[in-house]
Design a protein around this ligand. Structure first.
Ligand code: FAD
Length: 400
């Protein structure tokens, strides 16, 4: 029984079937759509007028592979003692093993005006369509938060010719998640595309007229006029079922190195799972397609009798304009960066170290280098800052 028919839930069902799991699989999701991928929602879907297909599998896949999909159904209760889940529709379904793949929800801003028309957050297909329509009919949009999603929305809006202002509380874009050189490069490109940044300021109130947003007022007293406001200030894991079931929860559903919760009949994967990472400092929760898919594969292996730890190399990507950034490893907490130029415009890497230990690298418009860094991390090949500084350094040659 998989609760959450998103990236991780779909990956688990399809991996189990591909590897020969013969028992019944039920995938329960509270959205009406069949499982779909979210990355295009803040990229191609905002630009290409809804022509982009986001489905994770063809509609007939679930029938032909004997996966029961219950759509538009919220699981409201887990009865762990009796190994049953209860749906909003009143049904109770038994499970032998339950996997929570409930994802995350956009963090809400507790400020006046967030319920006005024209104010959006971005998680679902419906949100993406609403932002696309709103942006196409807007002269000016404002984005709160210069994280990955906020900047992808800003890039899409600029490509549609809409004026964009981004308000960010920190001093740089994508704070804490990319290195300073990479953040500079992206901020510079956005500025050249016409995005206006307001750093070190905070949206304090959304101003409305006749029920529709018209401006943001910031703590410093600025007024930013906007026909549409998109809030992108991070997400929170959906842990309500885990809390209700009495499982350990701490910034996510707490799982062990095999992704098992404190109940041996319940696993958790994807955005909602807080796991002990061999790549980061202690327990982490990752919000990425890689993590959702690889954690699904780890649980599938366990359910098929191969009980190994979860230790996949974390990686992530973001696309803004023609800038395709890929990050391999967990680079949070780095204290040293080395920029390796390729000589081509918009193409370089940043290698990140902490206390001289290689953590990972960001690769801009360089897929082969990114793949090589992933191999270096996976093989645990030692890599020093001096080796990276060597003008002859090549990650492809260094990866075994
Ligand atoms: P989800 O895909 O969110 O699926 C969880 C599902 O569970 C949802 O459908 C939810 O409604 C459902 N659910 C929750 N509770 C219940 C319940 N009680 N009963 C029934 N159903 C329930 N990652 C990248 O690596 N690169 C990117 O470029 C990138 N871009 C992104 C852009 C956007 C706009 C968004 C929103 C995310 C992006 N991500 C990206 C992140 C990535 O999509 C997520 O990490 C991934 O979807 C996580 O998968 P998941 O299955 O854990 O959660």
């Amino acid at each position: 029984m998989i609760v959450g028919a998103g990236q991780a839930g779909h990956a688990l069902a399809s991996t189990l079937r591909r590897r020969g799991y013969a028992d019944p699989i039920t995938l329960v999701g509270d959205e009406e759509a069949l499982p779909y991928q979210r990355p295009p929602l803040s990229k191609a879907c905002l630009i290409d007028d809804g022509a982009v297909s986001v489905a994770l599998g063809p509609a007939e896949y679930y029938e032909t592979h004997d996966v029961t999909v219950l759509r538009g159904k919220t699981v409201i209760r887990v009865n762990a003692g009796e190994q049953r889940v209860e749906l909003c529709s009143g049904e109770a379904l038994p499970y032998q093993h339950l996997v929570l793949a409930t994802g995350s929800v956009p963090r809400k801003l507790a400020i006046e005006g967030v319920d006005l028309d024209g104010v959006h957050m971005l998680r679902t297909l419906e949100h993406s369509s609403a932002i696309r329509e709103g942006t196409q009919n807007a002269d000016r949009i404002a984005v709160i938060g210069a994280g990955f999603i906020g900047l992808e929305v800003a890039a899409a809006a600029r490509q549609a010719g809409t004026a964009v202002t981004v308000v960010e509380a920190q001093t740089a874009v994508m704070p804490r998640v990319v290195s300073q050189p990479m953040a500079h490069h992206f901020a510079d490109r956005h500025s050249r595309e016409g995005v206006e940044f307001v750093f070190e300021d905070v949206a304090e109130r959304l101003v409305g007229e006749n029920g529709r947003v018209v401006a943001i007022e910031t703590r410093s007293g600025r007024r930013i006029d906007a026909d549409v406001v998109v809030i992108g200030v991070g997400v929170e894991p959906r842990c309500e079922l885990a809390v209700q079931a009495g499982l350990d929860v701490d910034n996510g559903v707490v799982v062990d190195h095999r992704l098992l919760t404190s109940d041996p009949h319940i696993s958790a994967i994807g955005d909602c799972a807080s796991f002990p990472s061999p790549w980061g400092a202690g327990r982490v929760r990752l919000e990425s397609v890689q993590n959702a898919v690889d954690q699904a594969a780890c649980v599938a292996s366990r359910l098929l009798g191969d009980d190994g730890p979860y230790e996949a190399v974390p990686w992530f990507w973001t696309d803004q304009y023609d800038l395709k950034l890929k990050i391999a490893g967990d680079i949070s907490g780095h204290d040293e960066t080395i920029v390796v130029e390729t000589g081509r415009p918009d193409s370089f890497s940043v290698y990140c170290f902490a206390d001289g230990v290689f953590l990972g690298a960001e690769s801009l418009n360089q897929v082969p280098e990114h793949m090589a860094v992933r191999r270096i991390l996976k093989q645990k090949t030692a890599l020093s800052a001096d080796q990276v500084r060597d003008p002859e350094f090549s990650p492809k040659a260094h990866a075994r």
